[in-house]
Design a protein around this ligand. Structure first.
Ligand code: PDD
Length: 296
């Protein structure tokens, strides 16, 4: 049985219902987070809650809970979930009201917390990389907000599904913004490049981890705009997210990226990420056996 939290109650998922007049349902008027949990330890909870606050501020919705309350609500969902590893989905909407675009005078936010399965990418995806396509980034100009109104992302992601690919990389005005549900890194001439945080992309928590690991590993990197030409000529392309961790994109628009295999920097970063996950996220002392042998 999956236990969820809805507006002050812990209850079975099947019994959790919201009114049809909820603005989350009518307008997509809400924000969300996906927080990875390893060995029942929420990863970077403070950062996820800070991003939730930024998203709430961005849609002018008062945070219904103090951080300590969020931590205890999320903690109870984690305790009750079946699996040790989870993705905790948190959603806050502006709540029910008349169907009017303008905010209701008295809004009571809807708060929903749901544990999702968190399965790391299959070893063959890590070993071989994934295929991706590109598409024009036709989303709004507040992509830094983790809004539940995800229709543009849904349509863009479906383009890659239709093409048998894992992700759609988004280009705006000749520059790479991010993926439909991930952040994107590029390796050009041995230098790791990341697009700078701005209103055009979600400030990924995994993006931050990857940049921290690059610093710790002494991997030369720059945070700066990445042109479409650089993307198409890149030796390596990676995607990152809380659920996908870090994955190599080895085919882009039917063309091989580099030699069409996950590159040497990806293998280093992937190993560093797995060590980090094991030691820091799970709190285990010794690192796991490497998934990828060096030179594999
Ligand atoms: N998506 N950019 C977009 C548009 C995203 O939807 C996501 C994550 C990211 C990566 O952010 P993070 O590293 O914090 O997971 C970047 C989540 C997983 C989702 O919507 O399910």
């Amino acid at each position: 049985m999956t236990t969820v939290y809805l507006n002050g109650r812990f209850l079975p998922l099947e019994e959790a219902h919201i009114p049809v007049m909820d603005r989350g349902f009518l307008f997509g008027d809400g924000v969300y987070e996906v927080i990875p949990v390893y060995s029942r330890r929420p990863f970077r909870l403070r950062e996820h809650l800070a991003r939730l606050q930024a998203s709430l501020d961005g849609i002018r919705l008062e945070n219904p809970h103090a951080s300590a309350t969020w931590e205890s609500l999320i903690g109870r969902i984690i305790e009750q979930a079946e699996s040790e590893d989870q993705g905790i989905y948190v959603q806050v909407t502006r709540g029910p009201g008349p169907r009017d675009h303008a905010f209701p005078k008295q809004a009571t936010p809807t708060v929903f917390i749901l544990p999702l399965a968190l399965t790391p990418p299959a070893p063959e995806l890590v070993a071989n990389g994934v295929a991706a396509i590109t598409a024009p980034d036709n989303r709004w100009l507040r992509c830094d907000l983790k809004a539940t109104s995800l229709l543009p992302n849904v349509l863009l992601r479906q383009l890659s599904v239709d093409a048998g690919c894992a992700e759609t990389l988004l280009l705006r005005d000749g520059f790479l913004s991010e993926g439909s549900a991930s952040n994107i890194f590029v390796v050009a001439n041995g230098l790791l490049l990341a697009p700078p945080k701005s209103n055009l992309m979600l400030p990924g928590i995994t993006y931050d981890v990857v940049l921290e690991l690059a610093r710790a590993q002494g991997i030369a990197h720059e945070v700066r705009p990445i042109s479409e030409t650089e993307l198409r000529g890149a030796g390596e392309v990676w995607l990152t997210s809380s659920t996908k961790e870090v994955l190599a994109v080895t085919t882009l628009d039917d063309q091989p990226v580099g030699d069409g295999r996950p590159g040497p920097l990806f293998r280093r970063m992937h190993a560093a990420y797995q060590d980090y996950k094991h030691i820091v996220m799970r709190g285990v002392k010794s690192p796991p056996a490497p998934l990828l042998q060096s030179g594999e």
